[in-house]
Design a binder for this molecule. Structure first.
Ligand code: ARG
Length: 463
């Protein structure tokens, strides 16, 4: 059979070079299930509105399911010259049931067809990613629950700053990923409208019912304006942005895991299951998984920028440029799926080296701010307190100890406002627990955050 899209107006066949260049079937075959789902919904609606007979719709449905089976059993031959998944399925349909197959495309165009297929794919994958991100938040919450009292040097500029808990650090990531979760949910809701029935750009004179196809496909309703709908790839761009944002978080966590698992830090040990070796240095255990997570961020951002650029300044409505919309989305979705799974596993199987983290808190005089606060509470202006504390730090340095370990007598000699109670103030655990303000690192504040995430997990539970 000749190419379906080359109607009577063509007198010459397409060249192989044109087919190679123009065809999308080798990647949009990924959409086959959504294409068949959309076609079945369309056929049923055509019968419901009297455009086709019930028998015709039934035979279309059976034949479409046959094609689906053929694809799933590897019996379907994907050919470059069939151009795209829509044409390939339709051509096979016609081969299976003849003239009835030729009626399926009534009141439809590939422009609304590709829009519905791709949107169904994105909506489906949005659900998958939402549940993977949920699982990650759940894991972070469970790790945090175990480490409310584990001290960790909190950093700014990658320099020791103030003592925090490991739980607090994990809950910072739970916060980021819970935002990713809500971004995915919001995108799902915003884009949950059906493009089907928009036809080429202007709607159709056939008495179709878009509410019916929207409901069959699980959308909230049909989209409002067909010219917009066949031109719109916001849903795909949102997916690419949501994944990119998620990778901001994944890459920051990956980077911290790389640093923490280095010999200098040894705050965590990544399990052997998720570590790799070196081909030459037998002693090595490398954090390749975390490095790859960090590295994959590049391609995910690239996919976003690439589609933003494709869509920029395109005149309405459909333009073939838009065929460039799919590969990047498929790639980002696959990358996000595997990355979320492996990050989750790596976190659940890593060892948290509590002693190393707590020992590191004794480097860098982490309770210096507490001494300044102590003096301020006793009436000293902050700038002066800052100066006296600087002297105390210099003294600790010269004694070769951490400020938290400097005997009270030595501190008392620095200023009359300093009393014996200073030792308790400088104790690192007390320092952490002093930060009781809402959202802070004290055990009490962290417990409130754990409660928050427990509620969040309950109210977002995956059905
Ligand atoms: N393969 C095309 C794409 O992915 C399908 C839509 C083609 N529409 C058209 N009018 N040529 O964008």
């Amino acid at each position: 059979m000749a190419q379906l899209s080359r109607s009577g107006r063509f007198s010459e066949e397409a060249t192989a070079l044109l087919n190679d260049f123009n065809s999308s079937i080798m990647f949009d075959r990924e959409l086959y299930r959504y294409d068949i789902q959309g076609s079945i919904a369309h056929a049923k609606m055509l019968a419901k509105t009297g455009i086709l007979t019930q028998d015709e719709a039934k035979s279309l449905e059976i034949a479409l399911l046959t094609v689906q089976n053929e694809i799933e059993n590897g019996e379907f031959e994907f050919k470059i010259e069939d151009e795209d998944i829509h044409m390939a399925v339709e051509k096979r349909l016609i081969a299976l049931i003849g003239d009835t197959g030729k009626k399926l495309h009534t009141a439809r165009s590939r422009n609304d067809q590709v829009a519905v297929d791709f949107r169904l794919y994105v909506q489906d994958k949005t659900k998958t990613l939402t549940s993977l991100v949920y699982t990650l938040v759940e894991s972070l919450h469970s790790i945090a629950k175990e480490h409310k009292a584990t001290l960790l040097p909190g950093m700014t500029h990658l320099q020791h700053a103030q003592p925090i808990s490991f739980a607090y650090h994990m809950l910072a990531y739970a916060s980021m990923f819970s935002r990713d979760h809500s971004r995915l949910e919001a995108s799902f809701e915003r884009n949950n409208f059906s493009p089907l029935g928009c036809a080429a750009l202007a709607g159709t004179p056939h008495p179709i019912n878009r509410d019916v196809t929207a409901a069959t496909l699980g959308f909230k309703g049909p989209t409002v304006n067909c010219l917009d709908t066949v031109s719109d790839r916001d849903f795909a761009l949102e997916m690419l942005f949501n994944i990119s944002m998620m990778f901001v978080h994944i890459s920051r966590m990956a980077e911290e895991l790389i640093i923490w698992s280095s010999s200098e830090f040894r705050f965590v040990t990544i399990s052997d299951q998720y570590s790799t070796g070196s081909s030459i240095m037998p002693q090595k255990k490398n954090p390749d998984v975390a490095e790859l997570l960090r590295g994959k961020t590049g391609r995910v951002y690239g996919n976003l920028i690439s589609l933003l650029t494709v869509m920029k300044a395109l005149p309405l409505a459909y333009n073939k440029d838009m065929q460039e919309d799919k590969e990047g989305v498929f790639d980002s979705v696959q990358t996000a799926e595997i990355s979320l799974k492996i990050l989750n596993e790596m976190l659940l199987t890593m060892t948290v080296n509590v002693e190393r983290m707590e020992a590191a808190c004794k480097i860098g005089h982490l309770s210096a701010t507490d001494l300044a606060d102590y003096l301020v509470e006793r009436g000293m202006p902050f700038r002066e307190a800052h100066f006296v504390t600087g002297k105390a730090v210099a003294l600790a340095e010269s004694e070769g100890v951490d400020l938290s370990e400097l005997p009270a007598d030595k501190l008392k000699a620095l200023d009359a406002l300093i009393g014996d109670d200073v030792t308790a103030f400088l104790n690192l655990r007390n320092s952490m627990n002093a930060r009781k303000s809402s959202g802070g690192t004290s055990e009490a504040s962290v417990q409130a955050q754990l409660d928050h995430f427990e509620k969040w997990l309950k109210s977002n539970v995956i059905q």
